[in-house]
Design a protein around this ligand. Sequence first.
Ligand code: TRP
Length: 454
Amino acid sequence: MLSNNGTSRDGFSSKFGVIAAIAGSAVGLGNIWRFPYVAGENGGGAFLLLYFACVIGIGIPVMMSELIIGRRAQSNAYGSFRKLAPRSGWPVIGILGILSAFVILAFYSTVAGWTLEYIVQSVSGNLQGKSNDELKGVFEGFISHPWRPLLWQGVFMFLTAFIVFFGVQKGIEKASKIMMPLLLLLVVALCVRSLTLPGGAEGIKFYLNPDFSKITWDVVLKAMGQAAFSLSIGMGALITYGSYIQKNNRLTNTAFQITIADTSIAFLSGLIVFPAIFAYGISPTEGPGLAFIVFPAIFAQMPAGTFFAIAFFILLAIASLTSTISVLEVFVAFLAEETKLSRKKATAVGAISIAVVGVFCTLSFGVMGDVKIFGKTVFDLFDYSSANILLPLGALLIVLFTGWFLGRKNVKDEITNGGVLKGRLFLLFLFIIRFIAPVVIIIVFLKSLGLINF
Ligand code: TRP
């Protein structure tokens, strides 16, 4: 396919297509499932504040760095470094990214599979009129079932592979363009519902009133990890997508727009979840099951609840799908461009190998529940280590590469589209990626691991 970025690579066809596809990658389970459960476990308001700080101080600069690298190199997450820094160690960032893609997709597809089960449960009216305890029972019964969650995980991986199979423009861009705006609409509607629940005020306080005594280095690390996870940064997904962006796209604007869209949806998701859990007496530290108990609880007692439940879980599944395709795409673009595999074969190899690992994540809520590595189940280990270790590490290396290796001229060239744009934020950006972001990430790492003290 000939694209309009002047090469024969596949690419996004319009400005809105770029935004929709990257926002599609960013907005997903990270916003609606992961954000509220991690925020709930880490102090609510204090976490929210740190989260915003990480999004602005680290998220936007890393996102811009990835888009710059990808568009400059016109290659996958590994090939980009090989092109821009031949005969150096930098391509290891690409390898790290591929490892992260593996780890993330393995556990992400577990949860994405849950969304499919919940579509079926909503359609069958099974969740209507149930109490919280009953809904919790439904959830726990389902995730520990010997094969149902595996079936849905398999279906979800198949759907992901199906879209990636057909390539960027036809698959990814189309799916995102229609569904993203719909999801936003529904989230806003649910906010209105949740904010008017009697007894929800306590939840708003928990969420919006920061208790500074709750801030520890561990909470800072979790906020940083969640920001990276939600923005899809630190593993080369946006390097890969950046390589599909036209030369006249304004990367700075794109990064800001996507960050605002992603952060708003996460924030709104909190505004739905926290009033509701306090209104219904659910614990904020419920863990990974939180969203799958709270949202059904909201629908169970809501006028037209069945309709809203069905719409919500369909949109959540699709939001997850536009995220999983971006993760799989990292691996597929790598295989297709760096090995002799065709794109179609690469898709099959990627999806099947990840699905095999994913089985262990799904089973860790059932028969493998007692298998613990570093005190965590396989699912928890993958969830924890991807967001809190792999992505911040990837982000650190990416800003170091962009700030210190890629060169001022190349970076400026990408930000100003070859001198066409003013690039007013260029110096600020350079300062952040050279000094602020790397120093902050390193300090948070060392402090939260207890390796330094001051
Ligand atoms: N950002 C997505 C979400 O919030 C998940 C995701 C997609 C991702 N691509 C990624 C996370 C790349 C890290 C890196 O659901």
